[in-house]
Design a protein around this ligand. Structure first.
Ligand code: AMP
Length: 171
């Protein structure tokens, strides 16, 4: 995964001063790098009988459906409020300043289905923990949470206690 890491661009002071942003667009446009990421994640979960891969708007929508397709699983979008047209379940979680919400369609998961949560970056873990709550509200069986990048120094995995976490690249 060292070659994958080299393809991730580090942009200082984005979206605000003091944040080092890990930009995956430089990885995505590299055919071999993109394939390595999708193959890497698919390999790990191939034998886990995943029914659904749940991806978070917006960058999660790049990786989650691709891995779902490779696994022969379905894809479920988790979206920002008021984007999903049918009945939704929602969750509110804390940000550094204020709160944010995410929604999922109530009928997106049939109770007992085996669900993989997949996002681009695990930072503080707030987003993934909120999505884990949504999956469990719908009685999905949360098989694990997978990320392309994990920012170890932020300790996000503490918020995902009890969930099997897989990350391809660590900082
Ligand atoms: P968090 O809830 O703090 O774990 O943040 C997770 C979301 O924020 C991920 O879906 C990322 O897309 C985004 N994110 C947070 N920090 C960064 C960063 N330093 N570089 C790129 N994306 C980030």
């Amino acid at each position: 995964m060292e070659t994958v890491k080299k393809l991730i661009r580090e942009v200082p002071d984005f979206p605000k001063k003091g944040i080092l942003f890990y930009d995956i667009t430089t990885l995505l446009k590299d055919a071999q790098g993109f394939r390595r990421v999708i193959d890497g994640l698919t390999e790990i979960f191939r034998d886990q009988e995943i029914d659904l891969v749940c991806g978070i708007e917006a960058r999660g929508f790049i990786f989650a459906p691709t891995v779902a397709f490779a696994l022969g699983a379905g894809f479920v979008p988790v979206r920002k409020p008021h984007k999903l047209p049918a009945e939704t379940e929602s969750v509110t979680y804390d940000l550094e300043y204020g709160t944010d919400s995410l929604e999922i369609h109530k009928d997106a998961i049939t109770p007992g289905q085996r669900v993989l949560l997949l996002d681009d970056v695990l930072a503080t873990g707030g987003t993934a923990a909120a999505v884990a709550r949504l999956i469990r509200k719908l009685q999905g069986e949360l098989v694990g949470a997978a990320f392309v990048i994990e920012l170890d120094f932020l300790g996000g995995r503490k918020k995902l206690d009890g969930i099997e976490i897989t990350s391809l690249v660590h900082y």
